[in-house]
Design a protein around this ligand. Structure first.
Ligand code: 5AD
Ligand code: SF4
Length: 446
């Protein structure tokens, strides 16, 4: 009987990409995907360390995994439990102290070693393997070819971060910035398109500081890469995430004018609207330079809409600082956003700063900010009613005959149709809207 795997992914899109690549490696080894965790011979948790809650979730899930492992053992089945991702990089061997039944753990930069690790465990050569190297080799050179799993695909082009925002663990868990060579990115993109993808989202923690080498060894920036991607036959939609405001240059802005497959939606995290807080966060932008960049982007493409990340309750944030954030939200008018209470991360400078904000105040500020952000999102969605959008269908809906896709603005759209529209773009007229999704009818093929 074939062995089965189950992967649970926490956190960011980079983790989703990494999990997809690990799944492909396992399938190359002969594993099949399990529908549920209790059917799996291999359970892998791909973890996130960005906020305390995300990391704590892992340990409660591991507790459940041990129960399932024991239940399976009673029925005569063994289970390998592995942990991947940023929690491993941060906690290192501590993970085995808290969860000694974990068979192996590796950080985000060494998951290409998964087949070797599994072989070693199965040959009983080792147990409790922890691999938190920052290896000299790039994992991307050792992964099997990527292939499309649907109409939309992620493609990691850059990893790690040199920005060291004072609240953030990423530079410690994903390491220094690394950009994949242009030719590797293009080859992976071609393979994704050949296997059915219509939309590619180029990923990186700080994607717009991309500086991969071309065939001649010349360093190229994100704008160069976007132009190369736009030349690929069959690619209908292009996105890139996540960008750092201070690294948006004029060439990149021009892409939003000149590349018609570049979607009119940009996630550009501002974090705070207060210059005092931005400085304490070690962000290299001010509210003024951020507003200026957004204005230039909107001048390049008047249809462009923005999304952002926000942190409330960063150390020393006063009511007046928070008001500045609310004011910035009004000025930019985001159509979507993610907002978080500041969470102390061990080893980061902000964790030991004076002026930590009480939990109650953080919660109140988050409620106020989210009410404002949801109202903006809802207003944008309502404005879409009666309009027609190209929608790329990706998933089955909850009701029979219902499918879920995304507009160029990343809104979820529910529409009736048939399963042959999965992975395809259709024109959809929007009939109604809520804060979180749109309802529409397919009017013709896109
Ligand atoms: N506390 C709260 N939010 C954080 N983020 C990153 N680190 C922290 C932290 N310590 C948020 C930022 C970032 C997003 C991915 O997560 O807003 O853009
Ligand atoms: Fe973290 Fe800042 Fe780098 Fe983003 S830019 S990954 S928030 S350090």
């Amino acid at each position: 009987m074939e062995e089965k795997y189950f992967i649970k992914t926490y956190g960011c899109q980079m983790n989703v990409y990494d999990s997809q690549r690990m799944a492909m490696m396992l399938e190359d080894m002969g594993y099949q995907k399990a529908d549920k965790q209790s059917d799996a011979d291999l359970v892998l948790f791909n973890t996130c360390h960005i906020r305390e809650k995300a990391a704590e979730k892992l340990f409660s899930d591991l507790g459940r995994a041990l129960i399932i492992k024991n239940e399976r053992l009673e029925k005569g089945f063994s289970t390998i439990i592995g942990v991947a991702g940023c929690v491993v990089q941060a906690e290192d061997t501590e993970i085995l102290k808290r969860a000694p039944f974990v068979d192996f753990a590796f950080g985000p930069l060494t998951y290409h070693r998964l087949p070797q690790i599994l072989n070693d465990i199965k040959a009983k050569k080792t147990a409790g393997i922890v691999d938190t190297d920052f290896p000299a080799e790039s994992k991307f050179d050792f992964l099997p070819e990527n292939k499309a799993l649907g109409g939309c695909s992620f493609l990691a082009i850059q990893e790690g971060c040199n920005n060291f925002c004072t609240y953030c663990v990423v530079p410690y868990t994903r390491g220094v910035e690394y950009s994949r060579p242009v030719a590797d990115v293009i080859a992976e993109a071609k393979r994704l398109i050949e296997t059915g993808t219509l939309e590619i989202n180029l990923l990186g923690q700080n994607v717009n500081s991309y500086h991969g080498e071309d065939e001649k060894g010349v360093e190229r920036n994100l704008a160069y890469l976007l132009n190369k991607m736009a030349e690929l036959d069959g690619l209908k939609r292009l996105r890139y995430t996540t960008s750092y405001p201070a690294d948006v240059n004029d060439e990149l802005i021009a892409c939003h004018k000149n590349i018609d497959i570049l979607m009119p939606y940009l996630h550009l995290p501002v974090q705070s609207g207060s210059n005092k807080i931005l400085k304490a966060m070690n962000r290299r932008h001010t509210r003024e330079t951020y507003i200026e960049v957004v204005q230039k982007l909107k001048d390049a493409n008047p249809k462009l809409e923005m999304s952002s990340d926000f942190i409330v309750g960063f150390p020393c944030e006063t009511d007046a600082d928070f008001e500045q954030t609310l004011d910035l939200v009004d000025k930019i008018g985001y159509i979507q956003a993610f907002s978080f209470k500041y969470s102390k991360r061990p080893g980061t400078p902000a964790a030991t700063m004076d002026g930590q904000v009480p939990e109650k105040v953080k919660k109140e500020r988050l409620d106020v900010l989210q009410t404002k952000l949801f109202a903006l999102q809802d207003a944008f969605n309502q404005k879409c009613v009666g309009k027609t959008f190209d929608v790329l269908f990706e998933n089955l809906g909850r009701h029979k005959g219902q499918f879920i896709g995304r507009t160029p603005y990343m809104q979820n759209v529910h529409a009736l149709g048939s399963s042959d529209m999965l992975g395809k773009i259709k024109q959809v007229k929007i009939l109604s809207a809520t804060t979180n999704s749109l309802e529409g009818e397919v009017i013709k093929n896109g």
